[in-house]
Design a protein around this ligand. Structure first.
Ligand code: PAF
Length: 281
């Protein structure tokens, strides 16, 4: 694996690959890699000739009171995992490389970022859309791989790519879960032992709701029953939202009759940690 830290060097290295007719797969990450990231890397390795993984803790997607400073940075361990996966290129730029001093552009998506994570974390998706656009322009991959775990982010990226005509296929990787159902996330490492027991309430609530909906309960009753289930499993947890949305637009749905693909989404504070999860239905 070749580790590259500058935009110029990466552009040059990838131009050489393209000249040889190689296709490029791209897995953008903020590091603290886990099986969820590695499953995306494996998909990219399977579909394309050359895989680029970026590790960049993007400051513009964190709010002023969020965890940018304490976000886990585990570059050495991450690099070893990527070597094991036989990744060709690790791109680990500095903030200066991505946002040179005069940087003055932000990308904003409207309706799709109005609710849920977008509403709770103002500016978050502007930061994501901006950095992903910059990275796409640097790497120019054929395919970009994103986790279903961050379902609203995935919807935002798909919309960004469609609206700005990026010639890139967006491929989603399924959420990888612990045995008890907890979705893997770099932020799980913030959970203490008590939090960890309650954290399972997110996935258990989603599975419970999926089953309720299979029994043809209406959306409102499924949400009420799901809320009750969450508090039963996590009496100390703070449920932020639990909803059923159109997977593409991320607008809430109130009935199943006229909708296409839907996703049940949940966010909660467990101890001091904010967790999100979802399941498409
Ligand atoms: O999902 C993430 O890790 C980040 O939001 C991403 C897509 C790498 C952009 O910084």
């Amino acid at each position: 694996m070749r580790t590259i830290t500058t935009v110029t060097e990466l552009r040059h290295a990838l131009a050489l690959q393209r000249e040889q007719g190689k296709s490029i797969g791209f897995v953008p990450t903020m590091g603290a890699l886990h099986e969820g990231h590695l499953s995306l890397v494996r998909m990219s390795k399977q579909h394309t000739d050359v895989t680029v993984v970026s590790i960049f803790v993007n400051p513009t997607q964190f709010g002023p009171s969020e965890d940018f400073e304490k976000y886990p940075r585990t570059m050495e361990a991450d690099a070893s995992l990527l070597v094991e996966e036989e990744v060709e290129f690790l791109f680990a730029p500095s903030v200066q490389q991505i946002y040179p001093a005069a940087h003055d552009t932000r990308i904003h998506l409207d309706a799709i970022t109005n609710l849920y994570e977008g509403a709770r974390r103002p500016g978050h998706f502007d930061g994501v859309a901006t950095v992903v656009s910059i990275l796409f322009n640097i790497v120019q991959p054929q395919a970009g791989y994103f986790g279903q775990k961050d379902a609203q982010q995935l919807a935002v990226i798909r919309k960004l790519v469609a609206d700005l005509a990026f010639p890139i296929e967006i491929i989603a990787g399924s959420t990888i879960r612990e045995k008890d159902g907890l979705a893997l996330s770099s932020r799980n490492r913030y959970l203490n032992a008590d939090d960890r027991k309650e954290a399972v309430a997110l996935s258990k609530t989603l599975f419970f709701m999926r089953d309720s909906l299979r029994d043809r309960q209406d959306v409102a009753s499924a949400k009420a029953a799901g809320t009750h289930e969450f508090h039963r499993i996590a009496p100390n947890g703070l449920l932020d939202y639990l909803d059923i949305v159109n997977s593409e637009t991320f607008q809430p749905i109130s009935s199943f009759e006229s909708t296409g693909l839907c996703t049940i989404i949940i966010a909660a504070n467990i101890g001091a940690t904010r967790l999100i999860d979802n399941i498409p239905i």
